[in-house]
Design a protein around this ligand. Structure first.
Ligand SMILES: *Cc1c(COP(=O)(O)O)cnc(C)c1O
Length: 524
């Protein structure tokens, strides 16, 4: 495979391992083969020695288990090795670039971790007396202040625990506002075709009917079609900006004015705020509610690395309906407002999203990130993220079809389609071959408006050298897909497991381990 490389990255010679005899263990040097814990453990081994229980009369009324529990037993070092070996088969943001579009998988600065682990934050209990957690409340209040400032909105609900949870929070506030106005009959929420699946799911879950808004050929919301649909049954719209095609919705202010004039509300999906933070304030675009994924824009770990956090910012008109609790500064004291109070700005709160106050560890990390970057640093985050995505887009547009490249520069993510691949080759073949190249695949087949979509978000934290290596790898794989290289169909070849039957795995998942004589079926 000669990787014709325009971006300056020189690939090293491919690893030749194919001719070597298989090893006795199945291991390939540091690539260790690891069976299931059930296959290596047994009932007779244990890592701990427990004294036999003092016999006492059981109070379980004959329900106590008498047969062996059949959990695998391993010694302590075997247990540690098992999980360490498995962990080495994982990909992680600390290993390499994670090009997942829409996910904003960026470096998690270690300073954030240091702050979140300070005992005064890490050892808190949500039911501690308020007087003993003044510092934590101050962190929540300061983060709230910066989120409101950065978005140009009026207030923020900190408790939602992820982006999708934030969407639900925003839509429930809209619902409460409509009911208060006596307009609970407005039952339709308009959502663009390119939206993340959580948007229509949220609207439906909250009891609304969802209708698609078509996109224009340049990948943006069709404003004329949207305006034509506005009327007395419309509760609001959910619009992602920048959208999931990586494009800024330039008409958002016009759209907001039209939606407001027709009596509806504007929900903005803020998952892509990374691309515009410090440059654009959604409040200036007429947005009524928007979630912020702290685990995307503000660098708190996500995926396997940590829980999400999805604070929701509100316009002045929706603020009375926002959920409790709120942290408020009263003199030099921080109060947690947990009840609706007529004199406060959350007089008509729709209730609570969570039992307690939200993801404290994520708040500490996000505030650390914001304060350590400062205003100029956050603006540069957006600029560098956009620059990196455009570098990827332009470096590959001769080998990958870029459907919106003619619409001008992209924002924080570059989108490609499978047009031009040899007959029978699809995006999944490219994604799987990227695993052999040592990269996590990009987002595939999303958004649905692009055929065989490949959505690449490099983020601002990747260097030019890393981007060049990724571009070189994707270029090489794309050329193989165009040429119809049959070996692509069975990729990955170097991963611990090769191509799986993903349809069968999804339709007939084998979730319970059974003893060997009955596993023949499962292994098929
Ligand atoms: C990530 C994402 C969401 C959902 O956020 P979670 O924190 O994963 O619940 C919604 N919309 C878009 C565009 C996203 O990228």
């Amino acid at each position: 495979m000669s990787a014709i490389n325009q971006s300056g990255w020189r690939p090293t010679a491919p690893q030749q391992g194919g001719n070597a005899a298989p090893t006795f263990t199945g291991n390939k040097a540091l690539m260790l083969e690891e069976p299931l814990i059930f296959e290596i453990g047994d009932n007779h081994t244990t890592g701990v020695e427990v004294a036999p229980p003092v016999t006492a009369t059981s109070r379980l009324g004959g329900l106590a288990r008498t047969a062996a529990i059949d959990l695998p037993g391993l010694s302590e070092p075997e247990t540690v090795r098992h999980y360490t070996r498995l962990s080495r088969q994982n990909y992680a943001i600390d290993l390499g670039l994670f090009p997942l579009g829409s996910c904003t998988m960026k470096h998690n600065p270690r300073l954030n971790e240091k702050m979140a682990r300070l005992p005064g934050f890490a050892d808190l209990h949500p039911l501690q007396p308020i007087d003993t957690v003044q510092g934590a409340l101050e962190v929540i209040q300061q983060l709230a202040h910066w989120l409101v400032t950065l978005t140009g909105m009026h207030s923020v609900a900190m408790s939602p625990k992820a982006g999708a949870h934030g969407e639900l929070c925003g839509i429930l506030a809209i619902k409460a506002a409509l009911e208060k106005r006596g307009e609970g009959h407005r039952k339709v929420i308009l959502v663009p075709e390119s939206a993340h699946g959580t948007n229509p799911a949220t609207a439906a879950f909250a009891g609304f009917a969802v209708e698609d808004i078509p996109a224009t050929a340049d990948g943006r919301v069709d404003t004329a079609a949207l305006k034509a649909r506005l009327g007395p049954d419309i509760a609001g719209v959910m619009i992602t900006n920048p959208n999931t095609c990586g494009l800024f919705e330039r008409d958002l202010r016009t759209i907001s004015e039209a939606v407001h004039a027709a009596g509806g509300y504007v929900y903005c999906d803020g998952a892509n705020f990374n691309a515009i933070v410090g440059r654009v304030r959604p409040g200036d675009l007429g947005v009524d509610a928007m979630h912020i994924n702290l685990h995307k824009t503000f660098s708190t770990p996500h995926g396997g690395g940590g829980p999400g956090s999805g604070p929701v910012v509100f316009s002045e008109r929706l603020t009375p309906f926002a959920p409790l609790p709120f942290v408020e500064k009263r003199g030099d004291h921080f109060a947690l407002v947990e009840e609706e109070t007529a004199q406060d700005h959350h007089a008509d709160s729709f209730g609570r999203m969570t039992a307690f106050h939200g993801q404290m560890g994520m708040f500490t990390r996000a505030l650390t990130y914001i304060l350590s970057h400062g205003a100029d640093g956050l603006r540069q985050v957006a600029e560098d993220a956009v620059l990196n995505a455009n570098y990827v887009l332009r470096s590959l547009s001769d080998v990958l079809d870029a459907p919106f490249a003619a619409s001008g520069p992209c924002m924080h993510e570059a989108i490609f389609s499978d047009k031009g691949f040899a007959e029978g080759f699809s995006t999944i073949d490219v994604a799987k071959a990227l695993i052999d190249e040592g990269f996590h695949p990009m987002t595939m087949y999303f958004p649905l408006v692009v055929h065989g979509a490949m959505l690449v978000e490099p983020t601002e934290t990747e260097s030019k050298a890393t981007l060049d290596q990724f571009i070189g790898a994707l270029r090489s794989v794309a050329e193989r897909a165009r040429a119809g290289d049959e070996t692509l169909r069975t990729a990955p070849h170097f991963a611990p497991r090769s191509r799986l039957d993903e349809t069968l795995a999804a339709r007939k998942p084998v979730l319970v381990w059974k003893a060997p004589e009955t596993t023949a079926e499962a292994a098929e």
